[in-house]
Design a protein around this ligand. Structure first.
Ligand SMILES: [Zn+2]
Length: 400
């Protein structure tokens, strides 16, 4: 650990409290890539075709992907990257937080949470997913897990096409009964179990988002999605057939205790019923970006910043735009990760830029992690371009 400690100290010194992270790709055997992750078109099957295409890029992750028996030991985990003279050093963000958590996240966060409890990802699927839910803390505890809230934002820069179905079904139509849902589960092996007849879809709009607490059914549509989330992987799929692709019952009861795997009451009671049939679902969960300060004030200072994922106690996200040729000092209360989606410039002492295309295994200058102290002191962010805005998405953990 002495060597790890040394690399982290060097990285913190070199970046003045800002760490560079290497691209962190995750394949999915059950998904078809939407090919909007900026990967070279020939690299989407770089893990081997049998592992599925690359559908996701994870950010600021200390969470290993739960991706079947062939999951690599470091799959899903973010690496800190340091170029030290001619040497290249890499350390897992997870290991760095274990040995230097106070320097990276700050003492208060380490005392209260013991580490970094969220990560974010780009989710890039050509087709919709099955109508599914994530358990809450109480239900997840029955299988030794934690509940999983999610938030979505659809970055315009990465949504030049919407995929095959840019609409998401949420919840259940008001008036739906638990008996209706149980009937769908009874019909699991008869073809389409009809769960989507009980739900309504919303057209997904680039530059907007949704707040999805645990217990709510959702069948995510095919926009590329920036998705901050709590570090947990519990779910239950309620739809038996998606575009003629069969969902095995196992994926409904993956996080159901052995004795309840065929207990329809237990399964339906995992849902937050009131939230699913809420007649005001749209008003209560749709997220329009909210300026962090009056827009005129920010523009005069050379930037625009919005809360893009909010209302969750477990994470949050902002979109920051530095206007062309402007330089702004941005302060935050806590450590955060960021991904640059457009433009080029400087983030403190580090060069940052949004690449046009990335080869699998190649380093980029588009992802960083900002320590608590550097965030609180403020970072000077400069846009070098005369024409292009510098745009980044910033993800935060729970507030202390
Ligand atoms: Zn989900």
């Amino acid at each position: 650990m002495a060597k790890t400690q040394q690399i982290i100290q060097n990285a913190l010194e070199q970046g003045k409290g800002v760490l560079r992270l290497a691209p962190n790709w995750v394949p999915r055997a059950f998904c078809i890539p939407g090919k909007r992750l900026k990967l070279h078109p020939q690299d989407y099957y770089a893990f081997g075709a049998h592992r599925g295409g690359i559908d996701e890029r994870w950010f600021a992750s200390t969470t290993k992907a739960d991706n079947g028996p062939e999951t690599l030991p470091d799959e899903g985990l973010s690496y800190i990257y340091l170029r030290d003279g001619g040497q290249i050093e890499k350390v897992l963000l997870k290991d760095a937080i274990e040995v230097a958590g106070n320097d990276i996240l700050g003492k208060e966060v380490m005392q209260k949470f013991g580490g970094w409890l969220m990560f974010s990802k780009f989710f890039d699927n050509e087709e919709p997913l099955p109508h599914h839910m994530h358990q809450d803390d109480e239900t997840a505890a029955n299988v030794g897990q934690k509940g999983k809230p999610e938030g979505y934002y659809f970055p315009p820069q990465l949504n030049n096409h919407g995929g095959y179905f840019p609409y998401t079904f949420f919840g259940l139509n008001p008036g739906t009964t638990k008996e209706d849902v149980k009937k769908c589960l009874e019909n699991w092996d008869k073809g389409d179990n009809g769960i989507l007849y009980l739900s309504s879809a919303y057209k997904l709009k680039p530059g907007s988002g949704w707040d999805v607490p645990p217990g709510i059914l959702h069948a995510p549509g095919s926009l590329l999605t920036y998705e901050p989330q709590r570090a947990s992987d519990v779910f239950a799929m309620f739809q038996s057939l998606v575009w003629d692709m069969y969902t095995p019952w196992d994926l409904l009861v993956k996080d159901v205790p052995e004795e309840y795997k065929h207990d329809l009451d237990y399964i339906v009671n995992m849902l937050d019923w009131e939230a699913n049939v809420d007649p005001n679902f749209y008003a209560n969960h749709y997220l329009d970006p909210k300026p962090v300060k009056p827009l005129e004030e920010m523009r005069a200072e050379g930037y625009e910043e919005y809360h893009i994922v909010y209302n969750s106690e477990y994470f949050g996200a902002k979109e920051l735009t530095i206007l062309p040729k402007r330089s702004v000092t941005i302060k935050e209360n806590a450590a955060y990760g960021a991904i640059v989606v457009q433009g080029t410039g400087k983030f403190g002492v580090l060069d940052i830029e949004a690449p046009a295309m990335i080869r699998f295994g190649q380093m980029t200058n588009d992802e960083i992690f900002v320590t608590a102290k550097a965030a609180q002191d403020g970072i000077v962010i400069t846009n070098d371009s005369e024409t292009d805005p510098l745009v980044m998405l910033k993800h935060f953990g729970p507030e202390v």
